[in-house]
Design a protein around this ligand. Structure first.
Ligand code: IPE
Ligand code: IPE
Ligand code: MG
Ligand code: MG
Ligand code: MG
Length: 297
């Protein structure tokens, strides 16, 4: 990711005027790298890689690099914007000051803007060109996920949510859009790249959403139970801001119970998909299930 980003920036700097403009572009580069390279678990691209192989895919980097870069860049953009003073107003992310704190708010907005757009350039530049219709489907899907069938509407409803006014159905809507949609891309992108039939893609989309729900349930539980130090982001944020989260709406015990029940449901789904021959290396996804269920940050 660093190489692909800095190559573009260096090319741009080579044609920019010498002098103060160079200093400014160097600062932009630092802000972009601050957002992208300081920590982060890289769950979405690594999961995408394993889903591709669990489905029996054999080729590797060449087929997957574009989708892996794109989903991580969209995710990073969503974090930079999520932390802005006008949104969650957070000062800590991945154990470091957030971009608007380390730099300034205008820089953070432009960094997020750049990351969202460059994600699509990289998706096209680093994906196989042999089947253009598959690539176009990925571009269309990610465009929807990053906007009105995912991040933007999920974040919008979340931003104005309230632990007393929103019910569980609202919460599920928020979660499905702000977290589930992008996580499900790690399941559908490999399926599209492998040219799997629409019914299998729909099954994998549903599985991706189950993993997305588990991810957010655990994230909300950790928000209430872990320290800022452990998380690398401000803990107990949901209760403090009285936002609707699985813990503030359902209670901690119920949320923990749901983690347990959902993990067992996903386990059953993985077994069924193995039985149907859809998953050829199911152990890869069983491993992710363990990781999602038991992660501590
Ligand atoms: C955090 O996602 C934001 C949510 C969707 C809840 P991650 O926990 O995957 O964030 P990083 O990339 O590891 O920092
Ligand atoms: C936002 O949810 C998830 C994104 C789409 C960025 P949160 O606001 O709860 O995420 P954290 O807890 O700050 O990581
Ligand atoms: Mg938020
Ligand atoms: Mg937040
Ligand atoms: Mg949170």
């Amino acid at each position: 990711m660093k190489v692909t980003l800095t190559t573009h920036l260096e090319q741009e700097r080579s044609v920019a005027p010498t002098g103060y403009c160079q200093t400014q572009l160097t600062r932009l580069e630092s802000a972009l790298l601050h957002a992208c390279l300081l920590g982060g678990k890289r769950i979405r691209p690594l999961l995408l890689w394993d889903v591709y192989h669990a489905l029996g895919g054999e080729s590797s980097t060449e087929a997957l690099l574009g989708s892996m870069l794109a989903c991580e860049l969209i995710h990073t953009q969503s974090l930079v914007f999520d932390d802005l003073p006008c949104m969650d107003d957070d000062t800590l992310r991945r154990g470091h000051p957030t971009v608007h704190v380390a730099f300034d708010e205008a820089t953070a907005v432009l960094v997020g803007d750049a990351l969202a757009c460059i994600a699509f350039s990289f998706l096209v530049e680093h994906s196989p060109k042999g089947e253009p219709s598959r690539l176009l489907t990925l571009v269309k899907e990610l465009g929807l996920i990053a906007s009105l069938r995912g991040l933007v509407n999920g974040q919008y409803v979340d931003m104005f949510s309230s632990q007393t006014q929103n019910n569980e159905a609202d919460l599920r809507y928020i979660q499905r859009n702000k977290t589930g949609a992008l996580l499900a891309f790690s399941f559908t992108a490999p399926a599209h790249l492998l040219g799997l039939p629409p019914s299998t893609i729909a099954t994998l989309q549903a599985l991706g959403q189950q993993f997305g729900l588990l991810f957010q349930l655990v994230d909300d539980v950790l928000d209430a139970t872990a320290s800022s130090n452990q998380l690398g982001k401000t803990a107990n944020k949901d209760a403090e801001t009285e936002k609707a989260s699985f813990v503030t709406v359902l209670g901690l015990q119920e949320a923990q119970q749901r983690v347990h029940l959902l993990s067992s449901d996903i386990h059953t789904t993985l077994e069924a998909l193995t039985h149907e021959g859809i998953l050829q290396q199911p152990e890869l996804l069983h491993h992710w299930l363990q990781l999602f269920q038991h992660r501590q940050h």
